[in-house]
Design a protein around this ligand. Structure first.
Ligand SMILES: [Fe+2]
Ligand SMILES: [Fe+2]
Length: 162
């Protein structure tokens, strides 16, 4: 009897030990990815400021260099979200599939807009670039706010419910 009582919790305990490190590891990775995503959002906003500052002082070459940095940063950012972060979140919370897919579609649209803006700047179409750039920056800011809200809700549900 004593042996049976000990063995039963023992088996359950072993099962819990196998699951818990996995869950803990997953939560840890999700939290780290959230931090990385927010850091990248901040970095992108800083590059936007560099582009505006360069154009304000007539430094078109500096603006082009900053715009190249922006394109690289955006490529890396979309790759993190589309290829790593969103699939992980989708795996944990399939009910968020539509929201995450909508955000990914917007990434594809932003990539097209950025290519067009780059062509404007290369062709010294600074005025046309500035108008397009401000419209893009507003859309991206709205996207990021929505993205951080969705991700916060999702992560909250993962962290509180396991
Ligand atoms: Fe995004
Ligand atoms: Fe983002």
């Amino acid at each position: 009897m004593r042996a049976a009582v000990r063995r039963h919790p023992g088996r359950r305990g072993a099962r819990m030990e196998r699951m818990d490190p996995m869950k803990t590891g997953l939560r840890h990775r999700v939290k780290r990815a959230v931090r990385q995503m927010s850091d990248q959002h901040r970095n992108i906003r800083a590059i936007h400021r560099s582009i505006r500052d360069a154009l304000q002082r007539g430094g078109v070459n500096d603006a082009r260099a900053a715009f190249d940095r922006l394109q690289n940063a955006m490529d890396a950012h979309f790759a993190l979200e589309d290829e790593v972060f969103f699939p992980a979140l989708h795996g944990l919370r399939p009910e968020f599939a539509d929201s995450l897919e909508a955000l990914s579609h917007e990434h594809a649209d932003f990539a097209v807009v950025l290519r067009g803006l780059g062509a404007d700047l290369e062709a010294s179409g600074v005025e046309s670039f500035q108008i397009g750039f401000e419209a893009y920056a507003r859309s991206l800011a709205a996207h990021e706010v929505r993205e951080e809200e969705i991700v916060a809700t999702l992560v909250e549900s993962i962290v509180s419910n396991g």
